[in-house]
Design a protein around this ligand. Structure first.
Ligand code: BDR
Ligand code: CA
Length: 326
């Protein structure tokens, strides 16, 4: 029987959450790093295979850490999902994970190649951390499996994944679909979960005018981000009917903690479909009104004030542009 902890969500106004960002950069993961650098105490960055193979997502995370002169470590994690074969997203992000811009090389490598140990040690040493996964949930599941006590030591998990519709499959979003067994462990762990799924991230689009705004910021770093946005949005427009640009998914998992007033959501029970010819990787969100439905295990975000969220991203990009070391 799952015991759901009293949810600390939303964090109190003005709280600067201490977070570990677990990511697979990825164009939108990069923006999650930018927002986290500006609005959180970033305890560490862990990397996972997802949008690209692990060596590449780690390379990209180290590059961002160096460019933004972040003081936190980068720790490389799982090279493959728990059970499923590795699946990447070159069709969205390009083979490098960050196609579309001339990227500087990182000046330093990862601080360790054991993200799981870093997660376990950090969460035991420093109670009340938020874990913010923006890629497949492999590292988080491995940490919870190695140390089930973590579920009671962290403030919660604010993740990008899932939704009432899919992108990689009709009902499966990429991060959950890439490692459904890991997602099942995470959603069953008993820690408070905040879920930024496609329902909310598809309200937050990198439109032409938003790209132009970034391009006009006039720093080498924001030029680089503008080039990444051109590729990312161009790719979404080419691959979708009737979309104005890329959905900027991942920073919303950070902003759900740093700017909770921008979101509406509902506590729901979310189960993960791990098998099913058409449904593996689906987040089964219980929206029934019937009163004997299962108790909620997640706060599912449903609406974001996209213009206000974009102002947060824009300001974070300007601040990053002013201090970036390129
Ligand atoms: C998620 O998949 C990746 O392509 C993005 O970085 C995001 O985390 C969206 O489905
Ligand atoms: Ca991602």
């Amino acid at each position: 029987m799952l015991t759901v902890m009293a949810s600390p969500y939303p964090p109190a106004d003005g709280d600067r959450p201490r977070i570990i960002l677990d990511c697979d950069p990825g164009h939108d993961d990069v923006i999650a790093i930018v927002v986290a650098a500006e609005h959180t105490d970033l305890v560490g960055i862990t990397t996972v295979a997802g949008n690209a193979p692990l060596a590449r997502t780690t390379h990209n995370a180290c590059m961002m850490r160096d460019v933004l002169a972040l003081e936190c470590g980068v720790h490389a994690g799982a090279e493959r999902p728990l059970v499923a074969p590795p699946k990447f997203a070159g069709f969205v992000h390009g083979e490098s994970g960050l196609d579309g811009a001339e990227l500087p090389n990182p000046r330093t490598g990862p601080d360790s190649i054991d993200a799981v140990a870093f997660l376990v040690e950090s969460c035991r040493r420093d109670e009340g951390l938020w874990l913010v996964p923006t890629g497949p949930l492999t590292n988080i599941a491995l940490a919870l499996r190695a140390a089930p006590d973590l579920a009671g030591r962290i403030a919660g998990i604010s993740l990008m994944g899932g939704g009432t519709f899919g992108n990689r499959r009709p009902l499966a979003e990429f991060n959950i679909w890439a490692d459904p067994e890991a997602a099942a462990i995470v959603f069953g762990c008993g820690a408070p979960i905040v879920m930024a799924g496609l329902d909310v991230t598809h309200q937050f689009i990198v439109t032409r005018s938003r790209i132009d705004e970034v391009a006009a910021m006039g720093t080498p770093f924001t030029d680089l981000i503008g080039d990444l946005f051109e590729f990312f949005s161009g790719n979404y427009i080419a691959r979708h009917d009737g979309i104005e640009g890329a959905a900027l998914h991942d920073p919303l998992a950070v902003m759900a903690l740093t700017h909770p007033a921008l979101f509406d959501g509902t506590d729901r029970h979310v189960a993960i479909e791990t098998t099913g010819e058409h449904t593996a990787g689906m987040t089964v969100i219980d929206r029934r009104l019937i009163s004997d439905r299962e108790a909620p295990n997640a706060h599912v975000l449903e609406h974001v004030d996209a213009d206000a969220a974009w102002r947060v991203v824009g300001a974070a990009l300007r601040a990053a542009g002013a201090r970036a070391v390129m």
